[in-house]
Write a protein that binds this ligand. Structure first.
Ligand code: SER
Length: 875
């Protein structure tokens, strides 16, 4: 039996022998495409080629791609675990032809691989072809059907509708009819009973799609219409996990050697077994699947977070925690403990897991801990709610409460329902749905960004000239309007541009488009599908005219210096802290730079100093920029250039070197390190488990920071008669100050003691009670001290009301001994509030001690009397 790793290899070898270049998987997290957060198909990384904006050579390629289908058009999340063949993260084997072979060869290759190489039985294979769509003007795919007819009888070739047989990447983008290959792996008896063709695309767990061959012919525009693609493209995707399952003769993907080791580890750690109880099995599958998705995302540089891709990852992990908590009885962090086994199995094929194992573990554990706390809180809340319902003799939980649990505590409806059911309650699911709809509508209203289609003024593609120029002659190739909530702007693509679009942490350039007629401000530049997109408020009057595109060079120079400083910082951190330091994010703007990296404890002041010294040393060496554009990837690696995990690199890359610092980088840099001037770290902090953040300033910003420091010091020195040795003077001052404060406290305590003695002496006896009252010129803390001392001296029968007048503010304090409170059910808080009305104030406290402030100093004696009166009246 072939192992999973052998099967992956055999696919690659098959296509390599047929002229395909074997390429690495692109990262799972997509960084510069606003229409897609995660790679959801093997073809994503070739979108530019398919749309005709990137070089198609080599025209035949094949790979195994890490995919995640948890958001957008292809979302399988809620399925996962409940069946045995859906996954969040999965591997997709793919082969591509960009304007080379088309339907016939693609179909023949697939057939040859499955039947001749893997020896699948043709009797078990069924294929589908697109039935056509009159409303879109597309005919039935007779060509594909004819190709299949060479291999299969007509009963195994099935027409399919748009849902199953027209593949689209998302709402817009490349698409086309497709042919799926389905595998029937039922028992011979079952096959006899029901023919396989009746079960294709019917969600039967043993009759499943394994391979999809897409004939990319169209591009879907935002208005829904289809454009023809410039060339014909073959895009195939085979679900690796499903294939392995078929070849290993299993009935579930989770029974293959891809998942079993982790499932066995879950069983071992939880003390439960797989294959006995469906609920437990589902939970184990959820955990095993989600662990992969989350670990690969973190390795690709995407940490769990509050927004966008980070939030999706967080939700996946939380789903796993919930299942482990509910069905596997894991009440403390658990999933991170599976990593050693998982990495042992996958680490060879994916070395990024190996290299970042410590970081992945820390991040998962911290997320688990924090979500478990939330979960406990939510369960507490639900318990309170159920007690309330019980008291009110109700049996249904309000849908709004259920929604609140979902929204704030991440409880999906089924979990709330489960807990409620166990306690004899039901949940108003209809109302829950209504709340959910309302929230979705609110989000939709807030987020709608409408892009018009591009208006094309000139045909052609963009050339970026920003590494060599800050001004360049250009034309607008195309523009579109973008509207969000009533405000709108335009986005321009120029034929030549010196403007750097935001990427790799460096912010985009701003500047102007000018000609004799007009000047248009370019507010910002972003990067989309490998192009600089220029943001302008208004279009030029004559958009077809030639312009000069001019970058704001001051800002550009400042950003460039900061970017170069970031590279030096990365180098210095690795030198000082160790080679485990990996860049995990950065922000480079004209004003400042920020660098996030993996490191597992606080960076000490001494280490930070060392880093600063090293960076400034490299600045003083004035190392020149040594830039290599279009360097073949292998050569770049040989140079020892630092690459980032989770970054997508083409066949050739740009490498930027300043002396010992050498990195893969597409950014704009200073001509030499000397341009940075000076480097100073301003803060070091933690951003997540195992990730630290350093912020720093360079050049003129450092200069300003130093002036500010100097001015502050000068001011402070002037407070001390311009003392020479400021530190010694301040130290002495602090000592004196401390000594004086101690004296003051001692004197004040003595005063309180004296007052206490006098007041006790003059205490009046009213019935059983001893009444102490006075209006005194003392501070609030002295008053507090005083009444507590009085209570200490007279723990019984005490009624004490003190008015104090420090700082022109009247304060009323009431102190009662406990026996008085108890005997007469008194509450000093209520009494003080009542009496404070006289001094136009308010307050409160406990039954035995309460205070109130006010505004009317003159009325204080009256308020004291009033309080006494009230107490005596109630006693
Ligand atoms: N793009 C197609 C899919 O994802 C084939 O690779 O199914």
């Amino acid at each position: 039996m072939m192992t999973a790793n052998e099967i992956r290899e055999s696919y690659k070898r098959f296509f390599e022998q047929r002229g395909h270049k074997i390429v690495p998987s692109a990262p799972m997290v997509i960084k510069d495409d606003p229409t897609l957060m995660f790679t959801n198909a093997g073809m994503n990384q070739w979108k530019d080629i398919i749309l005709g904006t990137a070089d198609p050579e080599p025209r035949r390629r094949a790979d195994s791609q890490k995919c995640l289908r948890v958001s957008g058009k292809h979302n399988d999340l809620e399925e996962v675990g409940h069946d045995t063949y859906h996954h969040t993260m999965f591997e997709m084997l793919g082969n591509w032809s960009f304007g080379d072979y088309f339907k016939r060869e693609a179909i023949d290759y697939a057939w040859e691989y499955l039947v001749d190489v893997l020896h699948l039985d043709p009797a078990d294979l069924y294929v589908t072809v697109f039935e056509g769509s009159p409303e879109e003007g597309i005919a039935r795919d007779d060509e594909a059907a004819a190709c299949w007819a060479k291999h299969l009888p007509a009963t195994h070739i099935i027409d399919g509708n748009k849902h199953d047989n027209f593949w689209e990447m998302g709402d817009t983008g490349p698409c086309g009819p497709c042919s799926e290959i389905h595998l029937d792996s039922r028992s011979p008896e079952e096959k006899q009973q029901t023919p396989g063709q009746d079960l294709v695309n019917k969600d039967h767990p043993q009759v499943i799609e394994i391979w999809n061959i897409v004939f990319m012919q169209f591009n879907r525009r935002s208005d829904g219409t289809l454009d023809k693609l410039p060339m014909h493209v073959i895009d195939t995707g085979m679900g690796f996990e499903r294939l392995v399952r078929a070849l290993q003769g299993k009935t579930s993907n989770y029974d293959t050697d891809i998942f079993q080791p982790v499932i066995q580890e879950i069983a071992r750690l939880s003390g439960k077994s797989y294959g006995k109880d469906e609920k437990i099995d589902v939970a184990m599958r959820v955990v095993a699947d989600h662990l992969r998705a989350v670990a690969f995302s973190i390795a690709d540089g995407q940490l769990p977070g509050n927004a966008k891709a980070g939030y999706v990852i967080r939700r996946i992990l939380r789903r796993a925690v919930r299942y482990a908590y509910t069905f596997l009885d894991q009440k403390s962090a658990f999933i991170y403990k599976l990593l050693p086994v998982f990495i042992r199995e996958m680490g060879e094929a994916y070395p990024e897991l190996q290299a970042q194992r410590e970081l992945i573990g820390r991040v998962i554990k911290e997320e688990e801990d924090s979500f478990l706390r939330t979960l406990e809180k939510g369960i507490g809340l639900l318990n309170d709610e159920m007690s309330r319902l019980r008291a009110e003799q109700k049996t249904t939980l309000d849908g709004r409460q259920a929604f609140r649990l979902f929204d704030t505590y991440g409880f999906p409806l089924d979990l709330t329902e489960l807990i409620c059911r166990e306690n004899g309650f039901s949940v108003d699911a209809q109302q829950f749905d209504a709340e959910m709809q309302q929230q979705k509508q609110r989000a939709r209203n807030a987020a709608v960004v409408e892009n018009s289609d591009w208006t094309v003024l000139h045909e052609g593609e963009q050339t970026f000239v920003g590494y060599d120029y800050t001004e360049y002659e250009c034309r607008i190739l195309r523009y579109r309007q973008v509207t969000q909530k009533k405000s709108s702007h335009y986005e321009l693509v120029l034929d030549h541009t010196p403007f750097y679009g935001e990427m790799g942490g460096q912010v985009g350039d701003s500047g102007v488009l000018v000609n004799e007629e007009e000047t248009i401000d370019i507010l910002d530049t972003k990067r989309e599908n490998n192009q600089s997109i220029h943001i302008v408020k208004n279009l030029p009057k004559n958009p077809s005219a030639p312009f000069m595109a001019c970058v704001d060079t001051d800002k550009r120079a400042a950003s460039a210096a900061n970017h170069t400083a970031t590279h030096l910082l990365d180098y210095a951190l690795k030198q000082v802290l160790g080679p485990h330091v990996e860049q995990k994010g950065s922000l480079v703007s004209p004003d400042t730079l920020r660098f996030d990296f993996s490191h597992f404890q606080k960076v000490t002041d001494e280490e930070l100093r060392q880093v600063e010294r090293l960076v400034n040393e490299l600045i003083r060496q004035d190392l020149p920029l040594d830039e290599h554009r279009n360097l073949p990837l292998d050569q770049a690696r040989e140079m020892g250039a630092v690459a980032l995990f989770g970054e997508k690199y083409g066949d050739t890359v740009r490498v930027v070197r300043f002396g010992p610092s050498c990195e893969f980088c597409g950014g704009i840099h200073a001509a030499s390190t000397g341009r940075i001037g000076f480097f100073k770290i301003t803060s070091e902090s933690s951003v997540a488990a195992g990730i630290r953040r350093v912020e720093a300033l360079t050049g003129s910003r450092c200069e300003e920071a130093i002036y500010l420091l100097e001015d502050t010091l000068r001011d402070v020195r002037s407070f001390f008669n311009n003392a020479k040795d400021l530190k010694a003077v301040v130290e002495r001052y602090i000592q004196e100050h401390d000594a004086m404060r101690k004296d003051l406290e001692r004197l004040s305590a003595q005063a309180v003691e004296r007052l206490k003695a006098q007041l006790l002496e003059h205490a009046q006896t009213v019935g059983e009670l001893r009444v102490v009252k006075a209006v005194l010129p003392i501070e609030a803390d002295q008053a507090k001290n005083l009444v507590f001392k009085l209570r200490e001296a007279m723990p019984q029968q005490l009624v004490c009301v003190i008015g104090s007048t420090a700082g022109e503010k009247p304060l009323l304090s009431i102190m009662l001994s406990d026996d008085v409170v108890k005997a007469h059910q008194l509450n000093a808080g209520t009494i003080v509030r009542e009496a404070a009305k006289l001094i136009r104030g308010g307050g409160g406290g406990q039954p035995h001690y309460a205070t109130a402030g006010g505004k009317d100093l003159d009325a204080l004696p009256a308020a004291v009397d009033k309080a006494i009166e009230e107490i005596l009246h109630l006693s």
